[in-house]
Design a protein around this ligand. Sequence first.
Ligand SMILES: Cc1cc2nc3c(=O)[nH]c(=O)nc-3n(C[C@H](O)[C@H](O)[C@H](O)COP(=O)(O)O)c2cc1C
Length: 340
Amino acid sequence: MTSPLLPGFRLGDFQIDTPLVLAPMAGITDLPFRRICKRFGVGLVVTEMIASRAVDMGRERTLRMAELDDDEHPVAIQIAGSDPKFVTEAARWAAGRGADFIDINMGCPVKKICKQIAGSAMLKDEALVARVLEAVVASVDLPVTLKIRTGWDEKSKNVARIARIAEESGIQMLTVHGRTRAQMFNGHANWADIGAAKAAVSIPVIGNGDIVDAASAREMIRISGCDGVMVGRAVQGNPWVLGEIHAALTGATPPPPPTAAERWMIVSEHLDNLAAHHGVHCAAKLARKHVLWYSKGLRGSAEFRARFQQLTDWQAMLDCAAGYFLGLGEHVHLHELQAA
Ligand SMILES: Cc1cc2nc3c(=O)[nH]c(=O)nc-3n(C[C@H](O)[C@H](O)[C@H](O)COP(=O)(O)O)c2cc1C
């Protein structure tokens, strides 16, 4: 469905009608969670970041990170790295794994990544940005996209210049998280800075940072003039927010909040997906994180979490979660209970 707020755009062979993008989040937006998010109207998904040197090693974990579903297209595999040799090898490898686009990460603020002059540290070296992007664009037949922050720190913000370098290097879509590297996740994303990138280029610009609901998505679009919105942390434990934002973008009636049964359907499907994809040992670790988020703000969640976090047996975890989520009944949220 075409969005009345955002007209959509073409990216390679794909028409992105509803430019609602799921943010790549390492350890979170794996295939099990992307499958859940996709059904709430996401128009484009991106895998977790894959370090280009890890690809070189062909580890099993890396292969799992790049596993794609037949029905999740269009999907980008995200690559990080600063050595054109490794990044282009990784891009070709990602193309071979069925990616529709290659997304280059120059936004990651994590020290380990920045130390290798990758992620957001690259924003300090504009010549290196151009070298890496041009090399990747030349190495694959797929559209290459880029995700950045607005600069290294407040004094050296170069979002508009990086946007122009990206466009000149053949990048076909740019995502801007409206924070500098120095800000990490503090303060509020600067949506006007996303607008500075938008004004500098004619490729589609996706705005990212601090969208938490339909109202904030609308406000970011108004302030930045972006062509699409990317949502990250707000989706943790709450994929339903994507349905709300999707409705705002398409002019549809917002969906009602999930009932207890609907909530459990999603949580249990997510848990099943985790076990099938990662095996129960790894799934148990990931489930603790996701279930904590799914239960945030819900009635009796503190007691439930204390019980759940103790469990190690997968079936016991499933039973405990089913008992809690299905037992929530009508007043699911703490604040509703207080108001009732
Ligand atoms: C736990 C976590 C992991 C992340 N991993 C990645 C990643 O692998 N690649 C990337 O480009 N951004 C990553 N990000 C950044 C998000 O994609 C997004 O830019 C950021 O969270 C701001 O958007 P939000 O306010 O909607 O969360 C990560 C963020 C979080 C919180």
